[in-house]
Design a protein around this ligand. Structure first.
Ligand code: PLP
Length: 370
């Protein structure tokens, strides 16, 4: 038996008739870029995420780029972000000729260590981009308190955190802007690239919608120079089929994670993820820590069980940031983590038999008798 890391095909089969009909409808009415499904998806996404405005765009990376543009970022500005994320979070800062200023992570949640933000703030700092990594929210009440004290904007990178909460408040409800990815493997995935930006601020929403659509909402009326970052009609139609299932899928991911927690609890060499009190983790990834990461991963591969490392290198140590001259002591927690983390398969359709075989394989690797 081989188990996929994420079973996109199982999700498609469960919704096949509706997805096929949505695709056929879009092809029949030729609404390939924007169109009625894009408008409807934006409204439905706003409702689910309790945002006044959703601006759809081509992907979650563009969402970050567009959000920073709307907040007035300039060359030479500094933006504080976490040392542990996918490169989109920091590369979009660089795309504006601004500087990413990394902060080490909290050892419990792997999200930005809020106690280390203030020391990184300079006269050039304009904003903070926390990432709700792996599906657990960063300490947003504290991030917002720091931002307010220093008059900084906040963009929440919610690419991995659809429907995550902290004290009952959803991801995306704290910052000036929240950015979302619907990359196929994300908790809400399109069948291609797709992304969105949410905000409560109508002026920011309008500015972002204009910028993403060649600087104008009406064809030919260019209020500014913009970029071309639009959601296509097929993706919007597919996302509209999937959106009503997101809450159930999230509950399933949480149940799978809870079962992993229980099944791996008696393996002393494995540290399972910690869900902090008051935070509802949506388990985009189920990341364990172990000293034997590489040999465990290789062993699981021989058993037909794929694993992934999210991420092989913390951001400050990537060749892309060699010019910043960072050393391991600058980010000891993120540096230590990069050789210990391993992501196990997790998705809504992962069944108990599959999960049993994953847990059994891990137990046998460590010689734990069940
Ligand atoms: C996936 C991801 C993105 C980028 O999304 P794309 O749609 O792939 O461009 C940004 N930030 C984080 C944390 C992500 O995981």
């Amino acid at each position: 038996m081989t188990i996929p890391f994420v079973d996109l095909h199982a999700q498609y089969l469960a919704l096949k008739d509706e997805i096929d009909a949505a695709i056929a409808r879009t092809i029949n009415n030729s609404s390939f870029v924007r169109g009625p499904d894009v408008e409807a998806f934006e409204a439905e996404y706003s409702e689910l995420m309790e945002a006044r405005h959703t601006v759809s765009c081509a992907n979650g990376t563009d969402a970050l780029y567009i959000a920073m543009k709307a907040l007035g970022i300039k060359p030479g500005d500094e933006v504080i972000t976490t040392a542990q994320s996918w490169i989109s979070t920091s590369e979009t800062i660089g795309q504006h000729r601004a500087k990413p200023v990394f902060v080490d992570i909290d050892p419990v949640t792997s999200t930005i260590d809020v106690s280390k933000i203030a020391e990184k703030i300079t006269s050039r700092t304009v904003g903070i981009i926390p990432v709700h990594l792996y599906g657990q929210m960063a300490d947003m009440p504290e991030v917002m308190a720091i931002a307010q004290r220093h008059n900084l904007w906040v963009i929440e990178d919610c690419a991995q955190a659809h429907l995550a909460t902290i004290n009952g408040k959803k991801a995306g409800q704290f910052g000036n802007i929240a950015t979302w990815s619907f990359y196929p493997g994300k908790n809400l995935g399109a069948m291609g690239d797709a992304g969105a930006i949410t905000t409560q601020d109508p002026a920011l929403a309008r500015h972002m919608a204009c910028f993403a659509r060649h600087g104008g909402l009406v064809k030919g009326d260019h209020e500014m120079e913009g970029i071309n970052s639009r959601l296509d009609g097929l993706q919007a139609a597919i996302l509209r089929v999937k959106l009503p299932h997101l809450a159930n899928w999230t509950a399933r991911r949480r149940a799978v994670a809870k079962r992993y927690d229980e099944m791996l609890a008696d393996i002393a060499q494995i540290k399972t993820p910690t869900e902090v009190a008051g935070r509802e983790h949506v388990y985009h990834l189920y990341v364990v820590e172990t000293e034997n990461r590489d040999s465990l991963g290789e062993f699981l591969k021989t058993q037909g069980i794929p694993t992934v490392i999210n991420y092989k290198s913390a951001l400050p140590f990537l060749p892309a940031y060699a010019h910043l001259g960072h050393v391991p002591e600058d980010f000891p927690i993120a540096f230590g983590l990069q050789n210990r983390i391993l992501s196990l398969p997790i998705f809504a359709e992962l069944n108990e038999a599959q999960q049993d075989s994953i847990a059994d394989a891990i137990s046998s690797f460590y010689g734990v008798v069940k």
